[in-house]
Design a protein around this ligand. Sequence first.
Ligand code: SF4
Length: 394
Amino acid sequence: MSKKYDTPLLDELEKGPWPSFVTEIKKAAKKSEMANDELGQVEKSYRTKRGYWKHGGIVGVLGYGGGVIGRYSSLPEEFPGVAHFHTVRINQPSGFYYSSKALREICDIWDKYGSGLTNVHGSTGDLVLLGTTTSALEPLFAEYSSRGWDLGGSGSAMRTPSCCLGQSRCEWANIDTMEICHQLTHKFQDEMHRPAYPYKFKIKVAGCAVDCVAAIARADCSIIGTWKGKIAVDQDAVKAYAKGGMNIQAEIVDMCPTRCMSYDGNALSVDDGECSRCMHCISKMTKALKPTGEKGVSILIGSKAPIVVGSLLSWVIVPFMKVEPPYDDLEGIIRKIIEWWDETAKPRERIGEVIEIKGMRGFLEAIGVPPVPQQIKEPRKDPFFFWKEEDLTK
Ligand code: SF4
């Protein structure tokens, strides 16, 4: 190991009871020149208040346009270990399940070709490996792919779909999130590996509206498990919750966003026609309340984090759709959505922004989804449905 850096500013970030990325980089620096020079460069950034990373450039593996994000140091003479410091994305298994053997395999290969630093998991979904050189990319990819691993999406492409662990562990899952995610990942392989879109497009699948993958905040297309029937109420269990100290009026009834519940101090009732399937009451009173009837998905569109312009939350476009393997109907509607976006968007416009600019009406017409009341985002605002002359003369 060459130089040992003094890192008084980074050391500050090791104080306190929480985990520290600095501690992890220091551990990796004991056996990796790259991790060691990363410490030195980041400390210098903190000292001078300047960033020394240069992003971009075309780096990758043969036949793929994505999966590797190019990053270089702008101080390669001072920190040669991070002259190249590319990020590699590995497509995660559905639900983020790994055996310890699989994790060891990933880490052993990474120790051989990269800095040893990982970021498990970023909100992108993929397992993110931080810091390798251009010349290491092909041998690294050959080793991963020979063991069944593949790269995830990056750049202006379909990003690796992700999902909550769904029916594998969670009683609230209305759909098989892991299978949907797995099938969609296979259906969109070409679009993931060969970026050809105006910008990124993310799909996230949650088994219910609790939304443990944050689809509603982060996915261009959110697929959320839901149900059509009533909420079954076990009144004895409701009484047990009240006896146990729960303030049912304040914690459940008053927190219902559609005010569809009522409680007379004894029994809880639900006006199911007004319920928006938000899951608040069910997740608080698991033993008393249960969804019944047909299960399916709601499809929402357009959320994003605030990178280019402000953040957006998802917007319901299909309130209920029954889905079954191999999920061709779901694929069909996603392909229509992408086709409209691809033809309409300027470079680096996410689909939610394009809908805000061009209007929901044209979008719905293009993808063949009829207007329904559940699509209305804010009551008493201008509706986006306009009657055409032929509608009035029918
Ligand atoms: Fe369970 Fe719903 Fe969370 Fe999925 S999103 S893990 S189904 S609570």
